[in-house]
Design a protein around this ligand. Structure first.
Ligand SMILES: [Zn+2]
Length: 119
């Protein structure tokens, strides 16, 4: 894997971590009865482009679909980087992509839902 691909994978991991925080906030708001679990909330595109700040609207269930495995990321339609990932789910609001085998190690190692050694 080249440096460029490596940087892309890490970039996606940063946005995934931010989205996990958004998801946690949505969870708290819904527990407090402030938002409805079926409503969409604003998440960040997890694509490989370093300068992408695109927002995507997802329900908690749609977001969870992306988090089902550590090698999946949720992105804005058309933001797929075919050299590192393939599309596994597509709607008019978002796409879910899955990393190619060579990229999976970083994706899995940076998964915020995985217990990090030493933390
Ligand atoms: Zn993007």
């Amino acid at each position: 894997m080249g440096d460029r691909e490596d940087r892309k994978a890490r970039n996606e991991a940063v946005f995934r971590t931010l989205n996990e925080r958004i998801r946690a906030v949505v969870d708290e708001l819904s527990l407090a009865g402030i938002v409805d679990e079926r409503e969409v909330s604003e998440y960040l595109c997890e694509c490989a482009a370093a300068d992408c700040l695109e927002r995507i609207m997802l329900t908690p269930a749609e977001y969870e679909l992306a988090r089902a495995t550590p090698i999946r990321f949720v992105i804005a339609p058309g933001h797929v980087a075919v050299e590192v990932e393939r599309v596994v789910h597509e709607t008019d609001r978002f796409m879910i992509v899955e990393k190619h085998p060579g990229e999976r190690q970083i994706a899995a190692a940076t998964d915020p839902r995985r217990e990090q050694p030493g933390e």
